[in-house]
Design a binder for this molecule. Structure first.
Ligand code: MBD
Ligand code: FE
Length: 284
């Protein structure tokens, strides 16, 4: 790892915050629903304070920490690591999807990654190419197993040093990012860096939070995916690797057993694995 490749939490955090702000989000939540959520939220905070008899010093450290997270641009990072898995599970169960299980998006998705053919190698730097490689192939189908021609498999992952392009300095813009266009039967085959465990940025307030309770900032090795086809519910998910470090101890609590791959190493040194994505039709 070279020094130029060491991004600070501040740098990756504020890049994630700038990206998030550009999305201009909104919600049509009613006043009644807002009141119910806020009451429960504040009552929950009150219960915790009473249960643990939180001190004024602890309260003031908390206020300072909230300020630090905002100034460091780490709210997208903190929320996606510690809160998003609840949101993802609640929404997944509510719609009773039958297709491939989703998982959290995390703070580092970038839309409109360049299109790549159905059989492709991800854009990689030399240091990524000289690390172990994975051939990840599969088919995108509907619930009946019919291939979805030209389905989009958007994939993004961290590099050999553990960093995401566009969220760390000195990495080519679309490194390890791409929109793979499946063939007429929905098939794809992607050669990529065999993912390595990833440490979330930990030199800022999110790291201080983790340190304060004696935790660790690691996520197991993972691939991020957004699989979509017109007329179908797009899925955001992640795939993990059997027996990898932190698979049972993900700081972001985002591993699901259905999403763990078991690649086999071939005589040519390449690891290969197959995984099919099943998309639910859009309601209506
Ligand atoms: C990541 O790479 C990630 O996947 C999540 C969920 C949070 C921070 C960084
Ligand atoms: Fe990630």
């Amino acid at each position: 790892m070279t020094l130029e490749h060491t991004p600070s939490a501040q740098g990756s955090g504020s890049a994630a915050t700038e990206k998030f702000k550009s999305e201009r989000v909104s919600s049509d939540t009613t006043k009644e629903r807002a009141a119910a959520i806020y009451q429960d939220l504040l009552n929950g905070v009150g219960d915790v304070i009473r249960k643990h008899e939180v001190t004024y010093d602890e309260y003031n450290v908390f206020k300072q920490w909230l300020i630090d997270v905002g100034e460091g641009g780490e709210w997208p990072l903190f929320c996606d690591v510690f809160v998003e898995h609840h949101i993802e599970e609640v929404n997944y169960q509510r719609h009773e999807f039958k297709g491939t299980k989703g998982s959290i998006e995390g703070p580092y998705y970038v839309p409109n990654a360049p299109q790549l053919p159905s059989v492709t190698t991800m854009p990689m730097r030399e240091e990524d190419l000289s690390a172990p490689q994975l051939v990840f192939s599969g088919q995108v189908t509907d619930l009946e197993g019919k291939g979805l021609a030209g389905a989009h498999v958007e994939m993004w992952s961290n590099d050999a040093d553990g960093y995401y392009s566009q969220f760390a300095p000195d990495i080519p813009e679309w490194n390890l990012r791409g929109t793979i266009v499946a063939d007429d039967d929905g098939n794809f085959s992607i050669t990529t860096l065999y993912p390595v465990p990833y440490r979330i940025p930990h030199d800022g307030p999110t790291g201080a939070f983790i340190e304060s309770y004696g935790g660790h900032p690691w996520r197991p090795a993972h691939l991020h995916l957004l699989v979509s086809h017109p007329g179908y519910n797009g899925i955001i998910t992640q795939l993990y690797f059997n027996e990898g470090d932190y698979i049972n101890d993900d700081v972001a609590s985002a591993v699901k057993p259905e999403l763990i791959l078991n690649p086999k190493k071939g005589d040519d040194g390449l690891h290969r694995v197959n995984y099919d994505f099943v998309l639910d039709p859009k309601p209506e």
